[in-house]
Ligand binder design. Sequence first.
Ligand SMILES: Cc1cc2nc3c(=O)[nH]c(=O)nc-3n(C[C@H](O)[C@H](O)[C@H](O)COP(=O)(O)OP(=O)(O)OC[C@H]3O[C@@H](n4cnc5c(N)ncnc54)[C@H](O)[C@@H]3O)c2cc1C
Length: 440
Amino acid sequence: MMFSKMRNFMRHNPRKKFIMKIVIVGGGFAGVNLAIDLGGNKDFDITLVDKNNYNFFPPLIYQVATAYLEPTSISVPFRKLFLRKENVRFRLGEVESVNMAENKVILNNGELEYDRLIFATGAETNYFGMENVRKNAIPMKTLNDAIEMRNKLLQRMEKAAICKNSRERRKYLNIVVAGGGPTGVEVSGMFAEMKNGILRKEYPELSTSVSNIYLVDGGDALLSPMSEKSQKDTLEALTKLGVIVKLNSRVTDYTDDTVHLHTGETIHSKNLIWAAGVSAKVFEGIPAESYGRGRRMLVDAYNKMANTTNIYALGDTCLQTTDAAFPDGHPQVAQVAIQQGKNLAKNFKNELKNKPLVPFKYNDKGSMAIIGKNKAVVDLPKPKLHFKGFIAWLMWLFIHLMSLIGYRNRIVTAYNWMIAYFSKDHSLRMIIRPDKRSKT
Ligand SMILES: Cc1cc2nc3c(=O)[nH]c(=O)nc-3n(C[C@H](O)[C@H](O)[C@H](O)COP(=O)(O)OP(=O)(O)OC[C@H]3O[C@@H](n4cnc5c(N)ncnc54)[C@H](O)[C@@H]3O)c2cc1C
């Protein structure tokens, strides 16, 4: 109450400058780009809230999961990131609900007042209501998921190494990846290369074991949003690497180490990697009518949420249908989130200067996926070009390296990739178990 009185006083007193109090929930691509662009501008007082104390780079988490990179190579702590931005503060906390009437956002550890509230909370893994899959599959969404996957797979390889029963051993070694998008393609390509290299070299106990890597998808093509050429090249390259690709095959259940497909087929495996879908989150206090398809928050051309006056949503968590080229909404990719964050920063600045607001228009810079060593596919929209093989692989490496935040991360990642390339190895295969006794 006291704060809102002060704010009103400052708004109506021409000698006192209005400072816009902004709370950004979520420090992924969208939230961080908004905070960076408003950082250092004293017209804004910014609090960035995130349930983790670091920003990370999702496109490379599969390399953490397969022990190619350390988690620190693809992440940066928020407090370090905003060290030199005096008007940006970080708050570790998880948003639970919003009190729209009082302009307050309620966290699991307190509450914050805002003039503008921005949801940039991304999406979460969607198991499409399959409880057994949720309980037993390994998700691929967060850095925690990647570390869990690395530990589980390494432990299962050790179990396979001492398992006397060949059927049981096969279950430890078979891997089923669900979801033929970039993540599913990239992780199964990486597993195939590990199987052909490291497994044979470092696990002599398993040299005669038979095991398979399966990539299953409900659709009739891999990398569905990419060009037909990319889809065909990817299928060919993965098959050559030894991955068994099953298209038109939807996972329906996962019980007793058995993956059930809707075709009636079953695959025996203790390792179901879930990269098959995401949905956004629902927050208490946000009107039900403000959510659209996939629980994404409906926004206007300026990313303002429907049925609210001062709440915005960006990136994966929002659904914007005002962009003429994307009438069904934008794809849930990093560039949309980055560009929306930057556009909203520009609009907040324009608002304070009484300048017209700029509607969001997505500039599609193309899409790419890596399949394995010297193998990738790239589609560029303007001009329409398709690349594959070594050149596409170099493009993928360069773009991903330059997208990492901070020189340290770029140098460490480039070094790790170089060592892995020339030695055909990477030596990060440690099983690190969290200490169960410690509580914080
Ligand atoms: C494995 C994987 C690979 C991908 N590969 C690519 C790729 O190659 N190219 C590409 O363009 N896109 C890729 N994507 C998609 C891309 O990562 C997303 O589109 C992008 O991250 C969306 O950005 P965002 O800012 O909306 O959300 P996110 O980057 O997901 O950030 C959301 C943030 O919100 C925080 N948060 C969530 N809920 C709360 C809460 N209640 N309270 C506080 N904080 C919260 C999270 O901790 C997180 O930091 C990939 C995604 C995944 C999972």
